[in-house]
Design a protein around this ligand. Structure first.
Ligand code: HPA
Length: 206
């Protein structure tokens, strides 16, 4: 469709690695966006926080990632019509887009934290020992998605921005066991400010 005169494609849901072999699906939907002419790829997700100062209901702008998923959608023959064999990731989370989102969040009075996302395959939540290790590695948020899509989007030359909704404190920081229902409820609760920020972002592109 079109929002404020800007062409927008919206995808609901995603293919997670924990569902089984999904990389062909991920490549198909992300590359379809590229073929449709998308220049900017914005992903959202639900994440656990590894930072005491960023609790459930907060938003986190992802600045970089650590990929702990066991494979990668770009493994296999390279499709040169989309991008290079060895794509660099130094600006995977596009700096200009990040600056723009930070500035718009401030104008909208939305707190936008920043941090590094660590991607695991799941489907289990992490152990406390794993979270302790991930903190030492430099992660701020943990989740089971997003990185495969980011890799395909960056490879295809799209500018990427990712915003995580922090739905829970990660294992060991949380006082209770994780519940998927609580994660979904918190994601829905924080969706209003995320929607507002994304709409404003698109408006500024017009
Ligand atoms: N761990 C992994 N994935 C998640 C979490 C978590 O704590 N919360 C939401 N997605």
């Amino acid at each position: 469709g079109s929002l404020y005169g800007v062409g927008v494609v919206c995808l609901q849901g995603r293919a997670h690695s924990y569902e089984g072999p999904t990389f062909e699906t991920v490549k198909t939907y992300v590359r379809t966006l590229k073929c449709l002419g998308c220049e900017i790829f914005v992903a959202t997700n639900a994440s656990g926080s590894l930072r005491e100062d960023v609790g459930p209901g907060e938003l986190m702008l992802i600045t970089d990632h650590i990929n702990l998923q066991p494979s990668n959608p770009l493994v296999g023959p390279n499709d040169d019509q989309f991008g290079p064999r060895f794509p660099p990731l130094d600006n995977a989370y596009d700096k200009t887009l990040r600056q723009e989102l930070l500035s718009l969040a401030e104008q909208e009075d939305i707190r936008l934290n920043q941090g590094v996302y660590i991607s695991v395959i799941g489907p289990n939540y992490e152990t406390a020992a794993e979270i302790k290790a991930f903190r030492i590695l430099g992660a701020d948020a943990v989740g089971m998605s997003t990185v495969p899509e980011v890799l395909v989007a960056v490879h295809a030359g799209m500018k990427v921005a990712v915003i995580a909704i922090i739905t829970n404190y990660a294992t060991g920081l949380a006082s209770t066991s994780h519940s998927h229902d609580a994660v979904v409820a918190m994601a829905n609760q924080a969706a209003e400010k995320l929607n507002r920020l994304l709409k404003r972002f698109i408006k500024e592109l017009a």
